[in-house]
Design a binder for this molecule. Sequence first.
Ligand code: FES
Length: 192
Amino acid sequence: MATVEHSNGAHSAGVEDGVRRRDFINIAAVSAAGVAGLATLYPLLNQMNPSADVLALASTEIDISAIKPGQAVKTIFRKQPLFVRHLTPQEIQAANQVPLSELRDPQSLAERTKPGKAQWLVTMGVCTHLGCVPLGAGEGENRGPFGGYFCPCHGSAYDTAARIRRGPAPKNLEVPDYSFKSDTVITVGKAA
Ligand code: FES
């Protein structure tokens, strides 16, 4: 009896050793791929952040000169997506035509932009429902029924002032602290 158990045990251990060795080789291969992936990604992420140590900074500068009317860009601010959008005159008009009484989180476009700069809409790219990244800033992305941003997670739709118009999100997309350093550069966050 003891011999059989010993024999089976030895056999099992042998198989397990084999499995463990193979797993280790697989894990080692995956880890190597992961490291290579990270190495490739790093220059891209680094490019998205104007300064290498941006995550530690209280503020960051963004050159907006290349964003044409109707376009938007996604960038990163304090580890979160940030949208900068250059509104067309039609999009500004559409936002201004909505009575505040119809809004769940009533705010005019003027309150969400800087004086004389209503065409520049700067918001966090974080849905106020459960934090997904809404579509609409990338080229060709679905902007939803109100022409602003659309959250694919549960269907929240934001208008051209990034105000919540339909779906479960309770609030407009957040406008962070920012200021115009010049006509073509904004500083997001409080300058240190
Ligand atoms: S997280 Fe955007 S609708 Fe739910």
